[in-house]
Design a protein around this ligand. Sequence first.
Ligand code: TYM
Length: 339
Amino acid sequence: MSQTTFTPRVFSGIQPSGGLTLGNYLGAIKRFVSMQEEDFETIYCMVDLHAITAKLIDPSELRHNTRELAAGFIASGISPDKSILINQSQVPEHAQLAWIFNCIARMGWMGRMTQWKDKAGKNAEAASLGLFAYPALMAADILIYHATHVPVGEDQKQHLELTRDIAAKFNHDYGEEFFPITEPVIEGAATRVMSLRDGSKKMSKSDPSDASRINMTDDADTISRKIRKAKTDPDALPSALEGLDHRPEARNLVSIYAALNDQSLEEVLRDVGGQQFGTFKPALAELAVEKLAPISSEMARLMADTDEIDRILAKGAAQAREITAPILKRTYDLIGMVS
Ligand code: TYM
């Protein structure tokens, strides 16, 4: 096979299926911002086509969520001058490549995806075809840019392995190293932020309990109240990592503290070991408010002018298509489509 060198390029996406959570921020967005400052081209995406796979979203809510997510990206430090910021449906090559990947991926591969099994639940017959094909569209999101690195939280690991399998099968089938074998970037103290009400469940925008998560739009009082009420155990905090074994709620709060403060878990435990939650929770609440309140107020300011957000997304789509159109064209040529 011919060797291809790929431009170091980052792609990642977030679904506008609800508001942004602290899990999205710590697990993904913080890394999006730092990679923008490294030696990469960076492309960040609101994946609105993914957001309609699980259930019907009211159209005005989807529009609102998409713009609010763009505001969240920008307020967190993603600069439209340094990164390409796009809404997935405005760059049609994502969906066009996804169709090709629907024909590359095997039913067996897709059926093994744990998120498919979790989301479809017992009634898979009633799930949408889009939900089943979701990871092939995700692979297309990444590979339509020939992206080499994808920063995500831990829950996306299996989808990224599938992306590598799809790229490898395409390259093998068509005899050219055309798509890169993308590297997942799963790093930081909080790659899996858990629910504040149940340390065995992931913090999620779709959890029916609002108290289970911190939303990036929560005000200072709400953030403090949710942290004060977070589930914990009665013991004091340990001074070393092993002391967090079998204490999922304690581990979660310490991980959140570490990620917000750009520290490792060990460093935090060195400082807070021996403290009761009655002391630690107010310190965590104060830190969370200090870090998150400026983001939520900037989001609110940006949402007061959605025309500006729409302009940023239109510009991003035009920049993106300069990359995606030639890659789709070469994909079609390799497959044998007449153009
Ligand atoms: P989504 O919208 O569920 O989540 C967006 C990002 O946030 C991370 N994340 C978390 N990280 C730590 N703790 C949590 N509790 C938590 N909850 C969410 C996710 O891992 C993710 O990085 N399939 C993707 C969206 C997508 C995508 C892509 C991602 C579509 N195409 C291409 C990367 C590349 C998803 O549903 O993410």
